[in-house]
Write a protein that binds this ligand. Sequence first.
Ligand code: PDD
Length: 281
Amino acid sequence: RIAYVNGRYVRHADAAVHVLDRGFVFADAVYEVCQVQQGYIVDLSRHLDRLDRSLAEIRIRPPMPRAALIGILRQVLRRNLVTNGLVYLQVTRGVAKRDHVFPSPEVRPTLVVTAKSLTPVVNAARYASGVRAATVADNRWGRVDIKTVGLLPNVLARQQAKEAGAQEAIFVDAEGNVTEGGATNLWIVDRAGTLVTRPADHGILNGITRTTLMDVAAALGLAVEERRFSVAEMLEAREVFVTGATTICLPVVSIDGHTIANGHPGMTAQKIREAFFAVAE
Ligand code: PDD
């Protein structure tokens, strides 16, 4: 395997950043994960728009113009012979002596790009059976709309979920409302049959899959409502599913041991998944 690190294509096993890289020292970095389908990077423009936004929010300058970055993403896919899988990119504030304040503007941001093949990207069995989830208190900082690599709460949440026998964590805020999954956005089909997800404020990551799913829902004539909902409402929902670049649209069939609906994946999640790649760009 081959990775891109700061201007070089290197063997994946040798790919490394400096011990003083601010991504390593402070998690002073942002990232994107994109799904690759039939050689195409799914929703690439939306991912790069969000990357630009994340960089601007934490005031890291873009490491290069967009066209050059796209060239590197494609090179990494090509050199790894990835047709279906994931491409990962991370931009850090660069290497500088350890000091919390920003380094001088001459310090260049670090750019790392990696890719891996997955065939299929998501195991069909997971779609067919759905997954179990566990709720976890959302004690993250107030700007999780920025896609930073500061993912310790997500790491701990998913580990907690795993130890509870579940495959995804569901974050719950101090009011008892659902925010999102550990690495996904969360949706319900409510008792009225409406697709509901939390509004994209500073309390969730505004997922690219989430955005595209709104287009998919519109194409299918499904009503979507962005509003807050409680854990109690989620447990009584007709369907629950999570969305993200790694899973697209994955049904959740049990939460904290409580069975959702009849315990089987619902039709809405399946319809959305089937229509997804026709709508995504
Ligand atoms: N995670 N919410 C969180 C906390 C996430 O980490 C992610 C994505 C999403 C979904 O966003 P998108 O649809 O743009 O993938 C929501 C990536 C895939 C990850 O960290 O692996």
